[in-house]
Design a protein around this ligand. Structure first.
Ligand code: AMP
Ligand code: MG
Length: 421
């Protein structure tokens, strides 16, 4: 049995960077960049009006309230560059500012004094002072040509998609999805939800969970299979996963000390190198990590659903992040809402809920129902509380490390579903 820190160090050491692939920006959501994106354009690409109003020439100084000006013409978004010849003009939001003009006054801050026969404004009085640059969005004010706008290792989100679209970037280099095989073991498992359970059977809940989480982590599940408790079908399944190109294999179940826990023996039979087996954590202690003879990484994770969730969050996902060139997730330090007892010598990874107390301070509540077979508290959780190996009795208010459930940030009450926005 080794401590968590040692286990994660060995995992990260075994991880190699994934190759890069070019994808269309419209397909790039949630993908991880392999190189910085440097802007080949200014944004905005030209000086344009931030308001519906009138473009003016202030080169002789600030125009005072009460100034009266003649207006000629009107510019709308999409109109080409135009020389105003020093004359004020009507202008709409997003329209290119005419050459020779350098400020915009919003329509609400002028009085229209006269109109042409066609109804176009021809003379205005300013109702407020206007200085150079007022209400103009400058060329490159948001992004300058040549600037790094997104960094290697960054995961693309809708806002970055918006930025790439605004800059006219057609495709970006992203980390290739690591092919993963998932093998769930246990003769008690039933995959088909329509199948009536026979005595002693349960439904496979780890398989769907792992498939979801792997997709969220930008991995590709290339193979999924449920096998019983015998070595031969397991090895057959392992070979099929490898034949489908898996670079990472995850199995659940059969890694503890029970009579049917055959995974370590099966791995030895195919010449795998076990890098560790058993970590001083709870839940999830029997975790096994190995390298298969052809170089694939193998995670043998325990069958209890919460142990599987812990293994995914604290071992598999950090490995995927390392392969993707992403920084490790950061953790918060939050006070416990209630006292807690654990056993020294183990790192406890506990289903937890981060919430705001009555004074709007963040607190972490370690949830009732920590047993590793209990899935329902996992649904109520929005975080994991990490209780260090040297702790045993923790008073309410003790500050502990807290991480999100899935590498996507902690969603606290009031910021998620049902907050009315
Ligand atoms: P094992 O690690 O194989 O000893 O399994 C530990 C516990 O987890 C047992 O109660 C199993 O029935 C249960 N279990 C194993 N695999 C799964 C799975 N894929 N889905 C749900 N429960 C499982
Ligand atoms: Mg089993």
């Amino acid at each position: 049995m080794i401590p968590y820190e040692e286990a994660i160090r060995r995992i990260i050491d075994a991880c190699e960077p994934l190759p890069s692939t070019l994808v269309d920006v419209d397909e790039a959501i949630d993908r991880v960049l392999t190189s910085d994106v440097v802007s080949a354009a200014d944004l905005p690409p030209f000086d344009n009006s931030a308001m519906d109003g009138f473009a003016l020439d202030t080169s002789a100084g600030v125009l005072p309230p009460g100034a009266e000006l003649t207006v000629a013409g009107s510019r709308a978004a999409g109109d080409m560059a135009h020389d105003a010849g020093g004359m004020s003009c009507e202008i709409m939001t997003g329209a290119r500012v005419p050459l020779g003009l350098d400020a915009v006054i919003p329509v609400e801050q002028v009085t229209v004094l006269d109109r042409t026969g066609q109804g176009e404004v021809s003379r205005i009085r300013l109702e407020s002072a206007v200085a150079a640059g007022a209400n103009i969005r400058r060329t490159g004010q948001d992004v300058r040509h040549g600037e790094v706008v997104l960094h290697a290792g960054q995961r693309l989100c809708p806002a970055s998609h918006m930025l790439l679209a605004a800059l006219g970037v057609p495709a970006v280099p992203v980390v290739a999805r690591v092919p993963v095989a998932v093998i769930t073991t246990g003769r008690e498992l039933v995959d088909d939800p329509a199948q009536v359970l026979a005595s002693g059977e349960i439904r496979n809940s780890n398989g769907p969970f792992l498939a979801d989480r792997l997709a969220e982590a930008d991995a590709a599940v290339v193979y999924r299979q449920t096998v019983g408790d015998d070595i031969a079908p397991f090895l057959e399944s392992l070979q099929q996963g490898i034949d489908r190109g898996a670079g990472v294999v995850i199995s659940t179940g059969a890694v503890s000390m029970g009579r049917h826990d055959f995974v370590p023996e099966a791995l030895r039979a195919v010449g795998a190198r076990v890098i560790f087996h058993k970590v001083a954590i709870r839940p999830g202690k029997p975790l096994l990590f190995a390298r298969l003879s052809d170089g694939q990484l193998f995670f043998g994770i325990p069958g209890n659903p919460v142990s599987a969730a812990v293994a995914m969050r604290f071992f598999v996902e950090p490995a995927l992040r390392a392969m993707q060139g992403r920084a490790p997730t950061s953790c918060l330090q939050l006070p416990l809402a209630r006292p807690l007892e654990t056993r020294a010598g183990f790192r406890y990874l506990l289903k937890a809920r981060v919430h705001l107390d009555s004074e709007y301070r963040l607190r972490v509540d370690v949830l009732d129902g920590q047993e590793s077979f209990r899935i329902r508290p996992l649904v109520a959780a929005n975080a994991w509380a990490i209780i260090p190996e040297d702790a045993s009795r923790l008073a309410a208010g003790t500050v502990v490390q807290v991480v999100d459930l899935d590498g996507r940030g902690i969603r606290i009450d009031g910021s998620g579903d049902g907050d009315g926005t």
